[in-house]
Design a protein around this ligand. Structure first.
Ligand SMILES: Nc1ncnc2c1ncn2[C@@H]1O[C@H](COP(=O)(O)OP(=O)(O)O)[C@@H](O)[C@H]1O
Ligand SMILES: CC(C)(COP(=O)(O)O)[C@@H](O)C(=O)O
Length: 289
């Protein structure tokens, strides 16, 4: 007898730089790059239901959940791939479509929740492979599932969840601010933009969070994606010696350092984040005997 419902959580990821790797085979597609797997992510609740449904919630600054959507292609694609029907609810605090990897977190979290609910017996690598394949096919992301399967500052040398991946923990806070969303799939479907990513991709691999911030900023400058709003925030951070770069892919900025929160707060609501100590996990729904 399995659980009546399962609750899972998966962290999000702020990508600093990435190199799209697109092949005919989605399992060999994805991206190389580096990012920060963050404490904020997506909580997914899955329960058996003869009719599949998806409700998407986002919590406001008081923690109250507000429904923002009653559909999600990537989650429906997952239910189709597993050939099951279920009622899925996702809840996140960070805004969707703004470079925090919420699509990957929702997808990977839902995969783990459904795996437990229906007792498919997939291991964590099999869950990550399935979520990655669906994310890449939907072009809602390339490297976020690979990043979010674990925690920390993550460098992905080769694409895919089974690629060459290095993780480092750091206890410093990460501060982020978002001006507006960017539709990831639109950017990834532009050959001209893909060429800009390839030209901007760094030749060195950062070994520390500080090196990462420098490399990510140089990459962001090379993408041509920095808007006037983001530029103003970056210049203010530069003037105060605060390491900062653009959230990929979202019109926003992430920064570290003592005065980062104070400087960013002059432009709007600041998210105070930390590096996640790990990847997806089941919060509720151990097997009932
Ligand atoms: N928390 C979520 N719950 C359910 N579906 C989601 C969630 N976040 C993203 N999605 C789905 O993935 C699609 C692509 O999201 P995307 O723009 O990649 O967001 P992000 O940049 O935060 O990863 C969205 O249009 C939505 O259908
Ligand atoms: C940067 C991006 C291609 C998209 O990230 P997001 O907009 O957060 O879905 C990411 O998947 C990566 O490969 O690093």
């Amino acid at each position: 007898m399995g659980s009546s419902h399962v609750v899972a959580f998966c962290p999000g990821q702020i990508s600093g730089y990435f190199l799209p790797v697109i092949s005919e085979n989605p399992d060999e597609s994805g991206s190389c790059g580096a990012g920060l797997v963050i404490s904020e992510g997506v909580k997914v609740t899955a329960s058996r239901n003869p009719v599949s449904s998806v409700d998407v919630y986002q919590t406001d600054r008081t923690g109250m959940p507000n429904k923002i959507a009653e559909s999600s292609n990537i989650i429906m694609n997952l239910l189709d791939a597993l050939d099951v029907s279920a009622s899925i609810t996702t809840c996140c605090h960070l805004p969707i479509g703004c470079g925090y990897g919420m699509s990957a977190a929702a997808l990977l979290g839902a995969t783990h929740a459904l795996n437990r609910l229906f007792q498919f017996g997939m291991n964590e690598h099999e869950c990550a492979r399935l979520a990655h394949r669906l994310e890449v096919m939907e072009r809602s992301g390339l490297g976020d599932v690979s990043g979010c399967q674990g925690g920390g500052f993550v460098v992905r040398v080769t694409p895919g969840p089974d690629g060459e991946i290095y993780r480092t923990m750091d206890t410093r806070s990460i501060f982020a601010i978002t001006i507006s969303p960017i539709k990831t799939s639109s950017v990834l479907s532009s050959p001209e933009q893909i060429e800009k990513f390839k030209r901007a991709y760094p030749t060195t691999i950062p070994k520390t969070l500080d090196e990462f911030m420098t490399v990510a900023r140089k990459f962001a400058e090379g993408t041509g994606l920095i808007t006037e709003d983001v530029r103003n925030i970056l210049l203010k951070c530069d003037a105060h010696g605060i390491p900062a770069s653009m959230t990929m892919l979202g019109n926003g900025v992430f920064a570290t350092g003592r005065d980062a929160e104070k400087i960013l707060s002059g432009f709007g609501n600041v998210y105070r984040l930390s590096l996640s100590p790990g990847g997806p996990r089941i919060l509720h729904g151990e097997y009932l005997s």
